[in-house]
Design a protein around this ligand. Structure first.
Ligand code: MG
Length: 333
């Protein structure tokens, strides 16, 4: 199997500001394995840049010629360096597997493509009134609000005044324990469906403390771990500390461990949100093949980009339709 790659520059529709930083452009890398394609998103928070991804790809040995021996092929990948690149190769291999078998991935996974939860649309951090305007303009019935700054309550209040959409919030590890304990019940008053990553990535005991305190106060807002939950190996230690986890193929090194993460979380009675980085239709459509297994979906990456090089997952407002072409099912624009 022949591995090649293609750096891409993505222009964002609006400046993307979250608790970790802000950006107008993203520099991802498309990875091709014969006719299979995958995407490595460069996410600074995880130490991924386009250069780190390209440097890793240059170290990948010959992956052999059998796209049906997926685990053995992935075992050949160097285990240090860009996780995004490894995720992209995993996705390209799954795409190739599906194409050679002539079937879409959801069918090979035994999943029903009609059972897709609706997706949220993300409102990045800005002045509260600007966020409220974007929320209203989007027309989305389901919004994910990025928080983790000084004006968190003002942001949620302004959006609540502007729309009756269902709201989820993501603090991106931006709160201390005491801030979270004080803010979450206040924000819950605006009708939140869930709170993502209130505390620092490594503060698992803090998440457990927070959940117990909130439950003791009668709060029923589910708490989800995103940054704290990278791969299937992180699930067990989060059991009991959070109500659910956020799965992204870039964190799980692709679809293989994405599936494993979902099943491990289910075995611990946890809920699952499927999400993405700022990714094109390649990365997001690949992830969407796991959506029938998930409770919540946050796959708006292509909606944030002006120059998506591919098309795949289709959006009708918040309703998603998976393509039925073989593999991940994307086509080049
Ligand atoms: Mg998140």
């Amino acid at each position: 199997m022949n591995l090649t790659w293609e750096p891409i520059t993505l222009d964002l529709k609006t400046t993307f500001r979250i608790a970790h930083g802000s950006s107008d452009q993203r520099f991802n890398v498309l990875v091709h394995l014969d006719e299979g394609v995958g995407e490595a998103p460069a996410v600074a928070y995880y130490g991924e840049t386009q250069q780190v991804i390209l440097d890793y790809l240059k170290t990948v040995p010959d992956l052999g010629d059998d796209p049906f021996d997926i685990d053995a092929t992935l075992a050949k990948l160097p285990t240090h360096g860009s996780r995004a690149a490894r995720a992209a190769i995993d996705v390209a291999l799954h795409d190739l597997w599906g194409k050679r078998l002539g079937q879409p991935l959801y069918r090979l996974f035994g999943l029903n493509p009609l059972h897709l939860p609706q997706t949220t649309f993300t409102i990045a951090m800005d002045e509260p009134e600007i966020m409220a305007e974007r929320a209203k303009e989007s027309g989305y019935p389901l919004l994910k609000i990025k928080l983790g700054g000084e004006q968190d309550e003002a942001m949620v209040a302004a959006i609540r005044r502007a729309t009756d959409a269902r709201l989820r919030v993501d603090a991106n590890a931006g709160w201390t324990r005491s801030q979270a304990l004080e803010l979450i019940p206040r924000l819950a008053g605006y009708g939140l469906e869930l709170v993502e990553q209130p505390l620092a990535k490594d503060d698992i005991e803090g998440l457990r403390w927070l959940k117990d305190k909130l439950h003791a106060q009668g709060s029923t807002v589910p708490i989800f771990a995103d940054e704290s939950a990278q791969t299937s190996r992180d699930v067990a230690k989060l059991a009991g500390a959070v109500d659910g986890i956020v799965v992204k193929t870039m964190k799980t090194l692709g679809l293989r461990d994405g599936l494993r993460t979902i099943h491990t979380a289910r075995a611990h009675d946890m809920q699952i949100m499927l999400s993405c980085m700022v990714e094109t239709s390649v990365g997001v459509t690949a992830a969407a093949h796991l959506a029938p297994l998930c409770d919540y979906v946050d796959l708006d990456g292509p909606l944030l980009i002006k120059n998506d090089p591919y098309q795949g997952l289709r959006y009708n407002g918040a309703n998603l339709t998976l393509p039925d072409a073989p593999g991940i099912g994307v086509t080049r624009n």
